[in-house]
Design a protein around this ligand. Structure first.
Ligand code: ACO
Length: 352
């Protein structure tokens, strides 16, 4: 028994933030951003009205309808995000509530694998379908980065890259011989955990980290009072940080490895690939990988130019859009691959 993607949906919020718009807040330029990342604009959600789970619910409703099921048929939720509504509980239960299906009391699992979150989620869904545990799994990747970025020049290397959005898929058993999810591969290397991270607030409280001096240390009389400190606020330690060049170098190597692993496992030649949908990290990364594996522009789907990097949402948004445009068709061999914070990376090979 294999699994398949039976329905896809996406939701991009309404505010279009161009590169020029960002120059009002920080010292950057449209030229710099486009040259380094390929990004022209990104979408931002309406703050205090939309949240990560409401973006996810909008994408989910479309995916559910396209899968030909009702919300009540969903028997498990998997939600991937690095920008959740709350520190806890996870956004999966909030999505369930937003969809109005709490009476079903189905399980909701949150995935914290950043840019690889959708592929990790797909792999988990695939296993649950294969064992017969569930029949209609709702897998959502959604991000609302815009609420948590540093809009001063200090944060420009990270802030210009990210955008908001959501993508969703309904995963079902696949009856067609030879079709469906052929393989998934998941990897990580925790040695690089701090190279692309938002470390605060967290249980480490600043110990053993290079920026520990910025924290006030606790004593026996004040347990717990270091969760959020003035030092964190003053030193912008409540924002994501990224070692961009190290991420770039690792990303291109790991993308290549995990794509090759997928084709080797499936015992298929790379020449059979119809559509490669990379995590939309940075257009330069996708172009580097495309060139290395010798794919034409028609074989690679990129939309980072319009949406920026939407992390866990980027693959389901791109896959949905490619499918809507008729670029993913019945019988096509589709490869998904992602790399991101952790570092974590993964791939999935699907016969559509
Ligand atoms: N606008 C203008 N100047 C900037 C900006 C900006 N937005 N950001 C950084 N700079 C400046 C820096 O301050 C620096 O100036 P200096 O030389 O005077 O010190 C200069 O540009 C070069 O900075 P670097 O950080 O070295 O820039 P780099 O050339 O590495 O480009 C980038 C940065 C685009 C992030 C690049 O490292 C990259 O592509 N990395 C890949 C990582 C990535 O794409 N991550 C996406 C998210 S993670 C993921 O999804 C996997």
């Amino acid at each position: 028994m294999k699994s398949k993607i039976a329905g896809l949906g996406k939701y991009l919020p309404s505010i279009t933030m161009t590169n020029d718009d960002l120059t009002k807040f920080m010292d950057t330029s449209d030229e710099w951003i486009q040259e380094r990342t390929g990004i022209k604009e990104r979408r931002y959600a309406i703050k205090h009205k939309e949240t990560t789970s409401t973006l996810g619910a909008k994408a989910a409703e479309i995916a559910i309808e396209r899968a030909g099921i009702t919300k009540e048929d969903v028997d498990f939720i998997i939600f991937a995000t690095l920008s959740p509504d709350y520190y806890f509980p996870g956004s999966g239960v909030l999505l369930q509530r937003e969809l109005g299906i709490c009476d079903t009391t189905i399980g909701a699992l949150d995935i914290r694998n950043q840019c690889s979150g959708f592929i990790y989620g797909l792999s988990i869904a695939d296993q649950f379908i294969k064992t017969g545990m569930y029949k209609n799994i709702l897998l959502v990747g959604a991000e609302m980065h815009s609420m948590g970025l540093d809009y001063t020049t200090r944060g420009r290397n990270v802030t210009v890259i990210f955008g908001d959005g959501a993508g969703a898929a309904v995963i079902q058993p696949c009856e067609d011989e030879g079709k469906g999810v052929l393989t998934t591969h998941l990897h990580s290397d925790g040695r690089f955990a701090e190279e692309l991270a938002m470390k605060n607030p967290g249980s480490h409280g600043g110990y053993h980290l290079e920026d520990a001096t910025a924290y006030e240390f606790p004593d026996k009389d004040s347990p717990g009072d270091i969760f959020v400190t003035q030092g964190m606020l003053d030193n912008a330690l409540l924002y994501p940080n990224m070692n961009g060049q190290l991420v770039f170098k690792n990303a291109v190597v790991r993308f290549m490895e995990v794509i090759q692993e997928a084709f080797q496992t499936a015992q298929l030649p790379l020449s059979e690939l119809d559509m490669f949908i990379p995590h939309q990290a940075n257009l330069r990364i996708s172009q580097f990988v495309q060139k290395k594996i010798g794919l034409t522009d028609d074989q690679v789907y990129n939309n980072i130019q319009r949406y920026g990097n939407t992390t866990a949402a980027s693959i389901p948004i791109a896959l949905t859009e490619a499918w809507e445009e008729g670029k993913v068709k019945d019988g096509d061999l589709v490869c998904l691959a992602a790399f991101g914070s952790g570092f974590t990376w993964g791939s999935a090979l699907i016969r559509w």
